[in-house]
Each structure stands twice: as structure tokens, then as C-alpha cells.
Design a protein around this ligand. Structure first.
Ligand SMILES: Cc1cc2nc3c(=O)[nH]c(=O)nc-3n(C[C@H](O)[C@H](O)[C@H](O)COP(=O)(O)OP(=O)(O)OC[C@H]3O[C@@H](n4cnc5c(N)ncnc54)[C@H](O)[C@@H]3O)c2cc1C
Length: 396
């Protein structure tokens, strides 16, 4: 990591936020020959990225997110090729379970994945038992199976991305808070920090739940609400040590994945999660009621976990937009100002694709590989939020 006191020369791009998004954007901008400084107020991965479940599934209800998730999965599953190091990727497959009455939506999403070139299939209870004998399923349940999905280890992936940024001469400044944005004649000129002003031609806000703090003094606000999702962990007994797929259970409203010798469990319905007003000050503990909910739900699907001791849990933050999809690209109100925020519970898998897209946008002025313009901030005022083609809202 290159650390300097103060800032000397102007940079092409200042990235604010050292989560997975900031790192991927900085990396791809630097690869396009731009000079980049990334500012992180604490340490790399201090926000949602370091706490992420990092599940990489492609099962979404709109074609754009499916395509982004497909490409994200490809890039993470061979992070060595893209960023020169491991991601801890485990290809365990992903099984989305739903009541038989949700068949049309499940089939629709499997169809979307297939149209995008992903391997996916609708599976019956009998096929689920053959694929994953540790999973208990009733006859009125159907599944969508993605054999290529899995999860990565967020801290391993972040370390690889940080090292890749350093190799591309990104200046990474940890413990450096952006305190304000300098704007002259309706265009950015630099970032104010406790260490002085960093002159910058373009500024990327990749600050998750903190994004609006930097926009507010400019009279701007994105529709981002911060909530507090929680994860629980259970040690797996010896007969479940070989693991299990990622499971998204719409009937039980939970998801889970292996986490080394433990199983990580989270809730799919986050509508009741606490709203957090100050992302610097929130309760990081997992409430007892949540741990009980997770145990009750996960043991219905993975009965062997009835013999799995609880290993506690923790809470993190989701930055949620009204349609639960991120806000990406240039903010039209101020020249040179860009945003990549509002990823709620999906951002880890999408980050390399967002990085690639921002590299293209910053270097050429347009998206080249995937057109992410439907995710522009203006979609809300234009009445064009992202909608699910096949309904069951819990998965996005
Ligand atoms: C519990 C949990 C489970 C999740 N599970 C999954 C999953 O299974 N799959 C998936 O794809 N996604 C998942 N996500 C979502 C995913 O982790 C996030 O969408 C993603 O990590 C967001 O990355 P980010 O870089 O935008 O934000 P963050 O990681 O929050 O990074 C923002 C950074 O900005 C820094 N910052 C803020 N203000 C300033 C400032 N003024 N100056 C300098 N730095 C600043 C912060 O310190 C922080 O490090 C999960 C999230 C959580 C919390």
C-alpha cells in the first residue's frame, strides 16, 4: 500500500470507500491508464464487504441483474486470472426452494438464467434428494438448481483485490476520511480530507450507507435507507462436515451456506430489519430471537444441524434503495461526480462487474460490455425503477 502525507498532484479519479466496490472500480480505472487514489476512512473491508456472506448466485428476477451476477461469478471463480490471487471460491451449487404454487416464478427465473447462458434447472423433491441428500424436502416444494453457484471468502477476495490495486499503482489511503467534496462551476475539483484536499478530475462515491453524508452538503440525496441485517452461525456435526449447497428457502424465508466447519444462516425477508440512522454507531450483535429463528428454520431443511451447537452471529449494514437495486453511474447534477451505492444484500457478487463497467465508463464515456444505464440515479424520478419479471420479491 502506498501511503503519503498530504496530496501533491491531481488525480484522474478519487474513489471514496475501501469496500469491494471501491477496490474493483479503482482497479479497473487504473488498468485503463487513469491515475487513481482510493480513500478509506477506516480499513479495507471495514463496511459491509468485510462482513458479507459473499454468496454468488445468478438467480434473479430481471435479465440485467442475472447478466451481472453471471459475469461476477465467472470473475470471482477465477479471480486468479482477473486479479492475480484467490477468492476462496467454493462451487457448492445453489438451490432455491419454493412452494409448488410459485412454480411459474421459479420457472421464469430458471428461464432467465438459461437465456443468459447460465446452467440452471427446475428440480423436483426427488431430484433434490438425489442432488443434496442432507436437505429435507416435502412433496409440495420445488427447487431451482444452479450447479455453478457458490460463495467466496470475502476477506480473501478483498486481500487479492487490494494487492491487485497496489500492483496497478492505485494509491490506497486507509484511515483517511473524505470530509467533503469540492465543487466549482457545477463540476468536482477535489475531495476534502483531514489530511488536506485531494485534487481530482472525477470522484466516485462507493461509500455504501455513508454516501448521502457526502452528498448532503451539495443539496443532493439518493433514496438510500440503511438497515441492519444479521447472520447466525452453527457448527456442523461430523456427519454434515462435507457441507451442503447454498440454500435460499422461500418457504422458510432464510438462506444458508457452509462457512468452513460452520453453517452461516441469514433471513430472506428483511422488511422488518431495524433502520439505522448512524452507520458509525449501530448494534453489531445478533439478537437471541434471531438466533432462535435461524435455528428453527435451518434445522427444518438440514435436520443434521439439530446436533449443531450455535456459534453466535453478528449484524452488518445494507444500503437499500426503493427497488433494492443499486444506483450506478454519473450524477447529472454535478460534472465528474459518480456513484456506486445502494447494493443492499447483493453487492459482493456484482462488484467485479461494476468495476469493469466503471473502468469502461471513465475511460470511454460509455458502458461497453453490459449496459448498466437502467441503474442510473434518474430512474426513480423518471418512473423507471427496476422491476421483477417473475414475482417473489424476497430474492431481488
Ligand atoms: C451481513 C451481510 C451479508 C451479505 N451477504 C451477501 C451475499 O451473500 N452476497 C452478496 O453478493 N452480497 C452480500 N452482501 C452485500 C454486500 O456485502 C455489499 O453489497 C457490498 O459489500 C457493498 O460493498 P461497498 O463497497 O459498496 O460498501 P462497503 O463495504 O460498506 O464499503 C464502503 C466503505 O466506505 C468507507 N467510507 C464511508 N464513508 C467514507 C468517507 N467519508 N471517507 C472514506 N471512506 C468512507 C467505509 O468505511 C466502508 O469501508 C451482504 C452484506 C451484509 C452486511
Amino acid at each position: 500500500m502506498s501511503i503519503e502525507d498530504g496530496f501533491s498532484s491531481p488525480v484522474d479519479v478519487a474513489v471514496i470507500g475501501g469496500g469491494v466496490m471501491g477496490l474493483c472500480i479503482a482497479l479497473e480505472a487504473a488498468r485503463r491508464g487513469l491515475s487513481v487514489t482510493l480513500l478509506e476512512k477506516r480499513y479495507i473491508g471495514a463496511g459491509a464487504s468485510g462482513k458479507s456472506g459473499a454468496i454468488l448466485r445468478q438467480h434473479y428476477s430481471n435479465p440485467l441483474t442475472v447478466a451481472m451476477a453471471r459475469d461476477g461469478l465467472k470473475l470471482y471463480s477465477d479471480l486468479e486470472s482477473w486479479a492475480g490471487g484467490p477468492s476462496g471460491f467454493q462451487r457448492v451449487g445453489c438451490l432455491i426452494l419454493a412452494d409448488r404454487r410459485e412454480r411459474a416464478a421459479l420457472e421464469g427465473n430458471v428461464g432467465l438464467m438459461r437465456e443468459a447462458g447460465c446452467r440452471a434447472a427446475l428440480v423436483t423433491p426427488e431430484q433434490i434428494r438425489a442432488l443434496a441428500p442432507m436437505v429435507a424436502v416435502e412433496e409440495d416444494v420445488l427447487g431451482a438448481w444452479e450447479p455453478d453457484a457458490g460463495y467466496c471468502d470475502p476477506l480473501i477476495a478483498l486481500a487479492t483485490l487490494e494487492a491487485a490495486c497496489a500492483r496497478e499503482n492505485v494509491t490506497l489511503r486507509a484511515n483517511c476520511t473524505a470530509t467533503g467534496l469540492r465543487v466549482e462551476k457545477e463540476a468536482v475539483t477535489g475531495v476534502e480530507t483531514h489530511d488536506g484536499c485531494l485534487p481530482a478530475r472525477r470522484i466516485i462515491l462507493a461509500a455504501g450507507p455513508w454516501t448521502n453524508r457526502l452528498l448532503a452538503p451539495l443539496g443532493l440525496a439518493l433514496p438510500i435507507t440503511t438497515t441492519r441485517p444479521t447472520l447466525a452461525f452453527f457448527a456442523r456435526p461430523h456427519d454434515l462436515q462435507s457441507g451442503h449447497p447454498v440454500i435460499g428457502d422461500l418457504t422458510g424465508e432464510f438462506y444458508c451456506r457452509p462457512d468452513e466447519s460452520r453453517t452461516l444462516v441469514g433471513a430472506l425477508d428483511i422488511s422488518g430489519d431495524d433502520v439505522v440512522n448512524d452507520p458509525d454507531d449501530y448494534d453489531e450483535s445478533a439478537p437471541d430471537a434471531f438466533l432462535r429463528f435461524c435455528r428453527e428454520r435451518v434445522t427444518r431443511r438440514l435436520p443434521a444441524l439439530q446436533r449443531g451447537p450455535g456459534r453466535g452471529g453478528y449484524a452488518g449494514l445494507y444500503d437499500c434503495t426503493p427497488d433494492m437495486h443499486p444506483v450506478l453511474g454519473a450524477l447529472p447534477e454535478i460534472g465528474g461526480l459518480y456513484v456506486a451505492a445502494g447494493f443492499s444484500g447483493h453487492g459482493f457478487k456484482l462488484a467485479p462487474v461494476v468495476g469493469r463497467a466503471f473502468g469502461e465508463l471513465l475511460a470511454t464515456g460509455t458502458y461497453e460490455t453490459l449496459d448498466l444505464s437502467p441503474l442510473a440515479s434518474t430512474r426513480y424520478t423518471e418512473g423507471k425503477p427496476v422491476t421483477a419479471r417473475y414475482e417473489y420479491g424476497l430474492l431481488g
